[in-house]
Design a protein around this ligand. Structure first.
Ligand code: EPU
Length: 333
């Protein structure tokens, strides 16, 4: 049997292959795949830009499905807002670029996040104080039986890097389009990290400038997957009780945190990993990035198993030192 390489479909740069790979460029094409019986004959998995997953096997006898719906249409507007229907296969950052060029506010802090629009809605991507769920109006889907459904934002169960679309029961629901609602008036979120400080070097704050500053910050810290395979943040930032945080602070007074609510705080996993001594360290062909400890990298030729071994070693070290369990953000396939 001929196998299809998944190397171009994962930013970790892991060699894996599958027996079947299908693309759909429209709702009708997806319906044809349903009618052909593609989803009733073997296991299937819907893949986006492959920027947030880790192939743990070398060979899959599965159908990998990829959206090539790449349209961006304005569906409504008034003097304050614009509504845009975006195909799930549009590259996320191309959409951000389009927003910035069109004078639509809201997506700029999410500049340069790898991946595609459908996966952005599954994963609830976020950065620099913004989350994609704050921009989404509703999501159009079709399931493996060809049934269409609209998920209003209130149906999507959005939370930190989480949504209803990540539940195992939603495996057979494919995103066709994401509808966004963007503002036509300037309103920036500049209070995260060093964003405001970086902007202060310029006279004027405008959409293009904010995008540029975010791009610069990311390029400084995060490895370019073209040069060094990676999937962005490998772990989620753990949420712990304020009581546990206060106890840890007596031993580790410099431990940073962000408030989640009155009783809980989020601790940067990158800090925990660095303090546990893993920043920049390698295990075989996998390593912890030397500028951002939250990112695991493929030093070249790593297999999924190499990354998994490193991830376990890092999790154990953090648990031993701080008693905190860090969970992967990346999806293991
Ligand atoms: N830190 C360290 N050492 C490190 C990395 C971070 O000490 O090696 C500490 C620093 O004190 C820093 C704090 O951790 O102040 C937070 O770091 P940063 O602002 O870089 O953000 P992060 O919590 O590490 C999260 C997202 C990123 C997103 C940035 C910016 C998660 C899992 N990650 O990282 O998202 O770009 O905030 O908003 O929430 C991604 O999801 O792939 C991703 C890159």
């Amino acid at each position: 049997m001929e196998y299809y390489s998944l190397l171009p479909h994962n930013t970790f740069g892991i060699q894996a292959e599958t027996s079947d790979f299908r693309e759909f460029a429209s709702e009708e094409e997806l319906k044809c795949l349903v009618d052909e019986g593609v989803f009733s004959s073997r296991p299937f998995f819907c893949i986006g830009g492959g920027s947030n997953l880790l192939f743990t096997k070398k060979r899959y006898d599965w159908t990998f499905l990829h959206s090539a719906i790449r349209t961006i249409e304005v569906t409504g507007e008034n003097p304050d807002w614009v509504e845009v229907r975006v195909g799930s296969g549009v590259v996320w950052d191309d959409f951000v670029q389009r927003c910035v060029e069109s004078g639509w506010y809201g997506a700029e802090n999410l500049s340069l996040i790898p991946g595609e629009v459908g996966a952005a809605a599954v994963q609830n991507i976020g950065a620099y104080g913004a989350e994609v769920c704050d921009l989404i109006d509703f999501v159009e889907t079709m399931d493996a039986c060809g049934v269409k459904r609209v998920y209003r934002i209130s149906d999507c169960a959005y939370a930190y890097r989480d949504s209803i679309f990540k539940r195992p029961s939603m495996k057979s629901v494919f995103i066709l389009y994401v509808h966004f609602r963007l503002c036509k008036h300037p309103h920036f979120k500049l209070d995260y990290g060093n964003v405001r400080q970086e902007l202060s070097r310029y006279d004027e704050v405008n959409l293009a400038r904010v995008r540029q500053v975010i791009v610069d910050i990311r390029q400084n810290k995060l490895p370019d997957p073209v040069r060094l395979g990676n999937a962005g943040s490998f772990f989620k930032n753990p949420v712990i009780s304020r009581a546990q945080y206060d106890r840890l602070c007596t031993q580790f007074p410099s431990m940073p945190c962000y408030a989640v609510d009155a009783d809980r705080v989020k601790v940067p996993a990158g800090w925990l990993i660095e303090q546990a001594g893993w920043k920049g360290k390698a295990l075989g062909r996998a390593a912890v990035h030397d500028r951002q400890a939250l990112v695991l990298v493929n030093l070249g030729g790593a297999e999924g198993a190499d990354i998994v071994s490193l991830a376990r070693a890092v999790q154990d070290a953090v648990a031993d030192r701080f008693g905190i369990v860090i969970e992967p953000e990346v999806n293991f396939i």
